[in-house]
Design a protein around this ligand. Sequence first.
Ligand code: UDX
Ligand code: UDX
Ligand code: ADP
Length: 459
Amino acid sequence: MKISKICCIGAGYVGGPTMSVIAQKCPHITVTIVDINEKRIAAWNDPDPARLPVYEPGLAEVVTEARGRNLFFSTDVDGAIAEADMVFISVNTPTKTYGKGKGMAADLKYIELCARQIAAAANSDKIIVEKSTLPVRTAEALKSILHNTGNGVSFHILSNPEFLAEGTAIQDLHDPDRVLIGGENPEAVQALVDVYASWVPRERILTTNLWSSELSKLTANAFLAQRVSSINAISELCERTGANVDEVARAIGTDSRIGGKFLRASVGFGGSCFQKDILNLVYIARSYGLHEVAHYWEQVIAMNDHQKRRFADNIVQTMYNTVSGKKIAFLGWAFKKDTNDTRESAAIYVADALLSEEARIVVYDPKVSAGQVYADLDYLGTRSPEENRRLVAVVNDPYEATGSAHAVAVLTEWDEFKAYDWPRIKEGMMKPAFLFDGRKLLAANRLPDLGFQYYAIGE
Ligand code: UDX
Ligand code: UDX
Ligand code: ADP
């Protein structure tokens, strides 16, 4: 099977960058990314690279190179499906907010809608690739929907989970540790291997059965999140004992069996994947009656919730047990640096806790819009949208954010924060000038020497 036309359903943080790189590296393949969201597609087609809907270092260059040549963005979902030899499903799979498995299981309605749409629009044989993270055995459901449509078209289902991290998506796609492809039909698997082999060394392309591939994605994210929760647990112990969590992380990370990555203590992990995938794993384990397995993984999330809550509590306690009416400047709102994504960002939960203590918050983030900050707070439903707008301001200048603030809280590790004029910031703040560093970002800036009351996670 030789692939000449690919369609990807879903032009989000995963589909957009992944397909752009496939198009860049495979000029012989026409790649069409479709989405039902017209505004999003219009933004992907915007000639001004600054207006792409996803911010990723290097993405604009890749899109500019391939768009119009063999990369297209469209809202014609049916048309693109009909033409393609291979269809990637890259739609969102949020945690369910209703019914059975609420708050735990993945909501598969978007996936099912996709499957039905593919079944209806297809008039020739196709390879269907699961790109979104899905609960184990979703491929089974896809197969069942696709095979029961009776239009005589045959489908092969593959699982090809994406391991890119936001903020480094293009680098991760250009030079992945591995590409994982799960499937039962050897020709279909080979067809997808050939696509990636255009730029990924063959030995880094792993092939497994469908279920191993689906489970590996959940497991990889669960292990990564577990490392963050493990070091965060130690960070609290460090604060009590006088150990320094960075020194501990360095000391253990040099053990090659442990490794040095993902040991940065923080205010808590965020992002669209870690929590969702662990909840998913927990839900699946429980549905098979594996309660110890479920309980074990659940603790990774419990620890993360504790870390976010503890950071907020420490701010209140340190500021003489009250933040009521005080101005707290948030540096960063995104769930990590170099992305405009805010899904599950620790900043949202820390803000929510402080707002419940009647603090006023002023947010500055280099890439996140005011609309997004309010949408995140409104989504929690803790207080009315009017109340959120009364208590929270979003500004475009860090010095405006920190001016006359009682405290500064660092929530995201943006590099630019390190280069700020910290003496000037301190000058403009109320005294004592409190600084709560949720990312251990500013330790090298010698803030205590400048007269800040400086508190960092794990010190
Ligand atoms: C351990 C530490 O490795 C060592 O650094 C420390 O100084 C002392 O404790 P040890 O107990 O001698 O060393 O052996 P280790 O190889 O770590 O194995 C411990 C146990 O874990 C064994 O029962 C081993 O079978 C088991 N294990 C290890 C697994 O079940 N799976 C693995 O992947 C690794
Ligand atoms: C993650 C996985 O890394 C990626 O392989 C998968 O495809 C999707 O989920 P992502 O969520 O984009 O990627 O970012 P990641 O770099 O993993 O960070 C997740 C969260 O953990 C962030 O909030 C980050 O700040 C936090 N983190 C990460 C830490 O607090 N400490 C660390 O040492 C590493
Ligand atoms: P991810 O991080 O997984 O990429 P996003 O939410 O960024 O998630 O992107 C998923 C995209 O999928 C959204 O732009 C959404 O509009 C799109 N989408 C969801 N369901 C469908 C569908 N049935 N057809 C086309 N696009 C869809």
